[in-house]
Design a protein around this ligand. Sequence first.
Ligand code: ATP
Length: 380
Amino acid sequence: MAALTEDIVAAGRKPARARAAAGTLPAAAATAPRAGSVAFQGLGKTYVSSTGTVRALEAIDLAIPAGGIFGIIGRSGAGKSSLLRTINRLEQPTEGRVLVDGRDVGHLDEGGLVALRRRVGMIFQHFNLLSAKTVRQNVALPLVVAGVAKRQIDERVDEVLALVGLEGKHNVYPSRLSGGQKQRVGIARALVHRPEILLCDEATSALDPETTLSILGLLRDINRRLGLTIILITHEMSVIREICENVLVLEQGRIAEQGPVWQVFGAPKHAATRALLQPLSREIPEDVAARLEPSPVAGGEAVLEVRYTGGEGGAGPDLSRLTGLLGGSVRLLHGTVDRIQGHAHGTLLLAARDVTEKNLDALKGQVGSTRILGYVRRDV
Ligand SMILES: Nc1ncnc2c1ncn2[C@@H]1O[C@H](COP(=O)(O)OP(=O)(O)OP(=O)(O)O)[C@@H](O)[C@H]1O
């Protein structure tokens, strides 16, 4: 909480040069040209403490365009928080630089840093609300610290609480709110200064699946309605799949891979990505796995795993074509079809009677990867 309060106070504190503008709120983002791009150039971060040295980030080069929802994923300790926190300079890089709308945040003076932190809102895994203050007081805090007039504060607090669906909760204390409602207060507070960028630090990790979906829906809605850039870090691929357009996979402080979510999910190149995707992929059903035999069975079938990724237009697998390529006698044992950004991808488990090297090769040319998992008798 101390860190958050410092952040809010720092964002609200008026530098000497900005005092003339005190008491006013910034203009609505909708009327300003689109802003909110972030770039990392040759970024590195080393922590030095009494217990030793940790190389947290190494050679990060990345451009995040304005207006989208960008996900950063990685296992625990991969460097996600360190990277996110360099954007609003809660963390200083050891090498390289961070540009927000082309401006090096490392060169900002005190006034520039205050302005930056108003442009970059942040929400947290554990919400970081002040328990002794009501919802209204929590949301109003950054504006109070900035010296905004009471009437304007009241108007803005009403606006953002309506935006996050918390009308009527003004005078409630955080202890009386559910986790999802607390995060909505956190989002409202992060939006009071009309930021162009919203940083989300594991914002749904403390929430149950249903509440997670509602908060992700709210973030998507805010992104569309306000046009602000959302950058989120998570260790859950399901969060990335739900709302992100582009994703960066971090592994041991380095970029493992990056790209549009449908591409990274459909054809993961790095072992770290495949490991993170594992919880989303369905295993072979137990009853099928129990009957698999390592070599062909007389009168039986080969069991094929076919992974496909739809190209432009999002077409799913053409089943009649698959059947034709496999010689006609094909049964569908199991399958998943997911759609990400309009691209279908998934895995089919097929049992086919007449599988040859030739028709397997033809199949590989038509879909993603194909492999024989084993053989079964006809009764599976
Ligand atoms: N203040 C610090 N002092 C020393 N080491 C640190 C500090 N902050 C982070 N680290 C180390 O830097 C590495 C990256 O940490 P970071 O918190 O950025 O990773 P993360 O991917 O966000 O992890 P998690 O998902 O567990 O929060 C880890 O090895 C961590 O122990």
